[in-house]
Each structure stands twice: as C-alpha cells, then as structure tokens.
Design a protein around this ligand. Structure first.
Ligand code: ACM
Length: 501
C-alpha cells in the first residue's frame, strides 16, 4: 500500500494524536445515517459531510437531528459535548466498525473533524460528477483521533489591492484554506494601486481608487453586499475575515481619490507600478482622522470578527515622531469602534494597547521590540511570504526576501522565532500572498500550494509531532485530491507526488 492509498497516511495537518484501531473499518452503505445536533452551524457542517459522502458513494445519507433516537449502528454521529475537548476548536473522532462518533465542544470543532473525515474518504468525495459505474463500497479506517490546534491564529492573507480578485475567487480561496483548517483570511483591501471596498461616506475611494491595478488593468472593488456575502461565506467555513486598510503609507489610491486628503490639496495621479514607500496620508490634517474614523466605522459595521488591520508598514516620508503619533491615534479610533488593532511590525515602536496585535514580517525587524509586543502574529517574509519564488526558475512571484522551497516554509518553530516573547503572546502564524505578479487564482494557487499546506501544519500540529520526513510523504499523497479539486499546485521536485490517474 502506498501512502496515497493509506487514508491515515495522508492527513494534513497531522492531528495531535492518531491511534489506529487495528480492526475492521466502518463501511458506508445506503442505510448509513448522519446524526447531527440542532443549530444552523452544526447542521451546515452535517450537510457538508453529506455532500462528501454522496459524491463518494452515489447515495445521500439521511440526516437526523440529535433529539430523535438514533440507531445504534450504521451511524455517523456528530455531537456537541462540552467535555469533548479542552479546545474550542478541538474534536474527538472515533471510527469503529459499527459507528463513527465525532464529538466537539463547538460547531467549529465539528467542522474540523469533518475536514479530517473528508481526507479519509476516497478522492471521489471531491468530484461532483460520479466517477464509477456501480456504487463502490466506501470505508473509513478504524481509528481514534484526538485533535486540537496548536495556535488560535492560523492565517492566510490575500492582497486584492495590487490585482483585484472577484468574490468567487476569494470564495475559492476560503474553500482551499479552510480545508486545511486555516481560520483567518486577512484581506489587504487598500494600497497604492487600488481601493477595494465601497465606503458610503467616501464614495470616490471605490469609484476612482478602485478603478486601477498593477499593470494598468481595470481593478475593481467589493460592494457592501459583496463584502457581506464574503463574510457570511467565510463564517460557514469557520474563517474570520480580517479587513486591512493600509495606512499611513501605501495610500496613493485614497490620495488620488480625494484632493482634500493631501497636504498640498492636490490629488496625485493614480499609480499602477510596484514601488513602495512614496505615499503617506497627511498626518497633520484633521480631515485625515475624520476620514480614518469613517472608513473604520463603515468597514467595522460589516465585520463581525474582532480585528481591524491598520497596516503601518513601509512609511518613508514621515518623521519617527509623526509615525508614532499617527499609529497611537489610529489605534484609539479602531478601539473606539470595538475592534483590536492589528499592524505590521513597524507599529511596535508605538505605545500599544494590551489588546493590539503586531504582525511580524521583516526578517530583520528588531527582536527586542517584537518581544515587547502585547500579541504577535508571525509572518516572517523569508519563511511564509507565499509570493516569494520557490527557486530561481519560478516564473511567478518575487524574491526580495528569499527563494522559499517547501521545507523552508515548514521547518521552523514559531515559539522560538522571537526570543524573549512574552509567554502566550504568539497567537499564531499567517501566510501572506502579495499580488504584484499574480493576476488570477491559478497564479495564486501555484504559489500557495504546496506551501500553504506546510503553513497549515505549522500552525495546527504540536511542534513535537512535526517532522519534514513524514510531512513530505503525506504531502506527496495530496496530489490526487488537489488534482480532483483543480488546484494548480507546483509539483515541487523534491516531493514524491502520488499518481493522479
Ligand atoms: C509588507 O510586506 N510590506 C507588510
């Protein structure tokens, strides 16, 4: 049996604890039923499981809600149970010959347990069209899995500003990241080259600022209804959207939309190149803070998650005093709208609130300042900037931080990256993708996969359970499933990819 044929040999991220049962597998038959707890979120998770099973077997199981008596056998039982895990996102999965029991404290835990079951099903579970003549016998291997994430912040970032990505493209990315148990999608919604979200009180931001992108293409922006639709879609995948409006730098699209925001009172031309550091909001004007307050207010009104990312990176035209003052003032605005501020690691020079979060990205950022940060998200550019090339020959992407082969994304420990970091301050890891060279999802997928799977395991699996050798084998086993899903992944030559028929 090759790794790809062994269901337990293809789990990514590797669960905390996997005890193979040794006995007979659970066979899914036309009589198998799914039992699910009441509540919309849990029912949605049960419906997702139904879809995977219907695709794999050709038969849609019935779903019974939990208060109805469940047959003791031939059941896949999903249950909410406060004792199931010490983690809100954890789950406990027992697959026995007569019964599958998936217990979790919350619907999020059920969602992650169902992602694990999905990986244990044959890849026919990924195809909408039936791939066989007679319904096959589909089994799940006998096993007991106890699982919970290492970090609460398991993030991906998509830069929709340099090139715009449609609602359907972002939903596709949510599908792919959540399948790997990633739970944050940070959307970089504004930069020099484009403003990507409708702000009713400042309509020209989207109308004018949204009409450009790198290379001179048409750009685009999300209407409020579209953004709401994205947030709702993310919620059913247990992904929290983290909106970012980058400021005070990376603001040419805003400055070009409103002359009043400029110190000289005249608007610059739109910008479609890829230089950084030349733009900055006018930090001495009152209107700048009115603008920020209204933009934050309008975005926060549509954003149930507790975070607002205010950027703060690569400001080259302000004095250190102006910069610190600006960050502290923006932090207050974000707090006044009930959100926690996230900022790129430059913001660590400011006096930060205990709730604020610093996103580490510069490999040479001061470790001392980082160590003093209230909370940290780790996105070291030479490890997990997925827009970096894999190797010199990679056509897409950039290489200013490093070439990043898969092992380089995988083989490091988030708990030791910042020596002296406050205990518990590392919330987790996030893998950004900047889109200077990426114009569509096929490009994004090529740089994200396989490295996003490496980052997912880095963020989920305990450090002591991770090893490049076993990861590499499990990674090779993803090829048939990723091919079934149409993922345009890079066939990294050091990985032994399973045949994809
Ligand atoms: C960044 O890459 N400028 C955060």
């Amino acid at each position: 049996m090759t790794t790809a044929d062994d269901p337990l040999g293809r789990l990514i991220p590797l669960p905390q604890c996997v005890e193979p049962g040794g006995g007979a597998p659970f066979a899914i038959t036309p009589q198998t039923i799914i039992v699910a707890p009441e509540g919309a979120l849990a029912m949605d998770v049960a419906a997702q499981l139904l879809t995977f099973i219907r695709r794999a077997t050709g038969v849609a199981p019935r779903i019974l809600v939990a208060r109805e008596p469940a047959a003791p056998t031939n059941v896949i039982a999903l249950a909410l149970d406060p004792a199931a895990s010490s983690s809100d996102e954890g789950y406990d999965l027992t697959i026995a010959p007569a019964r599958v029991t998936l217990r979790a404290k919350t619907p999020a835990g059920l969602f992650y347990g169902v992602r694990t079951i999905r990986q244990l099903l044959p890849i026919t579970a990924e195809y909408d069209a039936l791939l066989y003549r007679a319904p096959p016998v589909v089994t799940l291997p006998a096993v007991h899995i106890v699982d919970a994430p290492r970090f609460e912040w398991r993030g991906a970032m998509l830069d929709v500003a340099r090139h715009f990505f449609s609602v359907d493209e972002v939903k596709r990315y949510i599908d792919l990241i959540s399948m790997h148990k990633i739970n944050r999608l940070h959307l970089h919604l504004a930069d020099d080259q484009g403003w990507r979200i409708e702000i009713p009180s400042w309509p020209d931001l989207a109308r004018k600022g949204g009409a450009t992108e790198v290379g001179g293409g048409l750009g685009g922006y999300y209407t409020r209804d579209q953004y709401k639709d994205l947030v709702a879609y993310a919620e059913t995948h247990f992904v929290t959207i983290v909106p970012e409006i980058d400021m005070p730098g990376h603001t040419n699209a805003a400055l070009a939309s409103y002359a009043d925001l400029n110190c000289k009172g005249t608007a610059p031309a739109p910008y479609t190149g890829t230089e950084v550091g030349f733009s900055a909001l006018c930090v001495d004007l009152d209107v700048t803070y009115k603008f920020i307050d209204e933009v934050v207010r309008d975005i926060v009104a549509l954003t149930p998650g507790p975070y607002f990312h205010a950027g703060g990176d690569e400001v080259k035209t302000l004095t250190p005093e102006q910069y610190r003052m600006f960050v502290e003032r923006v932090q207050k605005i974000v707090e006044s709208h009930g959100k926690r501020m996230v900022g790129w690691d430059e913001v660590s020079v400011a006096t930060l609130l205990p709730t604020s979060i610093v996103q580490h990205w510069r490999p040479d950022a001061s470790k001392q300042l980082l160590a003093g940060s209230p909370h940290l998200i780790l996105s070291p550019a030479d490890r997990v900037y997925l827009d970096m090339k894999y190797e010199d020959a990679t056509l897409l992407g950039l290489n200013w931080a490093a070439n990043i082969p898969v092992q380089r994304s995988y083989d490091w420990d988030p708990d030791t990256l910042v020596p002296g970091a406050r205990p518990g301050s590392v919330l987790g890891v996030e893998a950004p993708i900047w889109s200077e060279t990426l114009t569509n999802m096929r490009d994004v997928e090529y740089l994200a996969f396989p490295r996003l799977a490496a980052v997912a395991e880095l963020a989920w699996t305990p450090q002591a359970e991770r090893s490049w050798d076993t990861f590499k084998r499990r990674l090779g086993a993803q090829a048939p499933r990723w091919t079934a899903l149409g993922i345009n992944f890079f066939r990294a030559p050091e990985i032994d990819w399973a045949p994809t028929r």
